[in-house]
Design a protein around this ligand. Structure first.
Ligand code: BG6
Length: 478
């Protein structure tokens, strides 16, 4: 039976993107970021050799883009503030007045058009000079970040609705120190652990600085979280899942939200001599300055099993010494991105936050579907008929609705993304937007999903066949 699923009053309907992926270089002056540097040195690592010089050209088109936010029904939107733009002298020194003017104009335009600005302070885009000085491995870089954050609170505190210290802090550690898809392209767990620890410390120090200013907004963090499902209930698979979860989910979630580190993770890192350096004072700062709000980025679940093969002891220490991915038969895939589609994962995640993280105020801060060659779906009027994206959004949101019905404090849903934007090493291969982008001309065109999003936001919900919701209290009660 179809039911109208209505969301709580003032639900945040919106989307998100980041400075490096959407702004383009602009003319304010800007330090070179790790992405620009890596692109200059190894353009072959980027899809079709396309870098982030122009991207969606939001810098020059932000007024038009705010109108597109309205046309797609968004009442809130997450930007990121570029550290490299704010501090063009390699991320330190004098603040850039032109950058302040740009962000103040953009944030004012959003507010005047009824769009609540969510501002994130770090989305993978470190000034390269700071990375080469040690990046997150260095305490001096942590101090520079806290200065940047504090400057942003002071310059934009009157215009920002909610703040976020980091987007997916695990990403640069995985990519930069374990799996070679981010600069500095190292494979070294211990250095990654130091960078990870210092990121957590930077988050806590930024929150400490924020609290001193008594702003009316909240500050939190955006984490990429996936429930970890074991292949079976066999004790070996269960242990593999527990360890995988400690490395990839609890590693940042626990310290950034609860102020403590997962015991299992610490135990393994001690045993294998992978612990970072820290002081007791650092631990106190982390304990006392935790997130006030949590963004959940959910794309796909993690499925794991006990290892079937021996570890090559000459290979460097990596989390996958303790588990292997489980390629579940029959799983549904987004073949373009190679990610599994499993809607119930978003519900399991919300329940985990409710039960194990004090039901902290949260929202879905990213969820979305990147699809290649969307021109295949153009209709005669030149509009992309992305029914797959509409279905993807509804199927996930129906589970979010159910999680709210079961007491989860979920305040909104932000899609990845708004207008098609540049996707790191995938450049423009997969498109995620509600609005399509002509990369050559910069022209924006509404997709069918953009019209759907507006209607859903106007109705504060949508009609849905609720018998599809399996594995929830609703199913138990039927
Ligand atoms: C999220 C990031 O992990 O996934 C975004 O916060 C990113 O920056 C998005 O673009 C989609 O991933 P990708 O690699 O397809 O762009």
């Amino acid at each position: 039976m179809k039911e109208l699923l209505t969301f709580p009053k003032d639900f945040w309907w919106g989307s998100a993107w980041s400075a490096e992926q959407a702004e383009g270089r602009g003319d304010t002056g800007k330090a070179k970021t790790v992405w620009e540097h890596w692109f200059e040195t190894e353009p072959n690592r980027f899809y079709e050799g396309v870098g982030s010089e122009i991207t969606t050209d939001h810098f020059n088109r932000y007024k038009e883009d705010v109108q597109w936010m309205k046309k797609t029904g968004q009442n809130s939107f997450r930007i990121s503030i570029s550290w490299a733009r704010m501090f063009p002298n390699d991320g330190v020194g004098e603040v850039n007045q032109k950058a302040i003017a740009f962000y103040r104009d953009l944030l004012t335009e959003m507010n005047e058009n009824g769009i609540k600005p969510f501002a994130n302070l770090y989305h993978f885009d470190m000034p390269v000079a700071l990375q080469d000085a040690g990046g997150w491995e260095s305490r001096a870089v942590v101090d520079a970040y806290v200065h940047f954050a504090d400057t942003c609170f002071k310059e934009f505190g009157d215009l920002v609705y909610h703040w976020f210290t980091f987007n997916e802090p695990l990403g640069p550690i995985l990519g930069g120190y374990l799996e070679d898809f981010h600069y500095p392209n190292q494979i070294d767990f211990k250095r990654g652990a130091q960078a990870g620890f210092n990121t957590i410390l930077a988050h806590a120090l930024a929150i400490k600085a924020f609290k001193k200013l008594n702003l009316s907004s909240k500050i939190g963090v955006i984490l990429n979280l996936s429930p970890t499902y074991p292949r079976s209930q066999n004790e070996y698979d269960l242990e593999a899942a527990e360890i995988c979860d400690a490395f990839y989910t609890r590693s940042f979630l626990d310290p950034m939200v609860k102020g403590t580190f997962p015991e299992k993770l610490v135990e393994i890192m001690r045993e294998y001599d992978q612990m970072p350096e820290y002081t007791e004072e650092d631990l106190t700062i982390i304990k006392e300055n935790t997130a006030q709000i949590l963004g959940l980025n959910y794309y796909e679940p993690r499925r794991v099993k006990a290892r079937l093969t021996a570890i090559n002891e000459k290979s460097p220490f990596l989390p996958d010494w303790f588990f292997e991915p489980h390629n579940m038969p029959g799983k549904r895939m987004n073949i373009y991105r190679g990610w599994e589609i499993y809607e119930r994962g978003i519900y399991d995640l919300c329940i985990d936050i409710r039960d194990n993280y004090g039901n902290i105020e949260s929202f879905i801060s990213e969820n979305g579907m990147g699809v290649a060659n969307e021109e295949r779906f153009l209709n005669e009027e030149g509009q992309i008929q992305d029914d797959y994206r509409i279905q993807f959004v509804k199927d996930h949101l129906a589970y979010v609705h159910q999680a709210i019905a079961e007491g989860c404090d979920i305040k909104g849903y932000h899609l990845w993304t708004f207008i098609d934007c540049w996707s790191w090493i995938n450049a423009y291969k997969n498109r995620y937007g509600l609005v399509s982008l002509d990369v050559e001309t910069g022209k924006r065109t509404m997709k069918k999903s953009g019209e759907f999003y507006k209607k859903m936001s106007d109705m504060n919900g949508f009609e849905y066949e609720t018998s599809k919701l399996v594995g929830t209290k609703r199913e138990e009660n039927n």
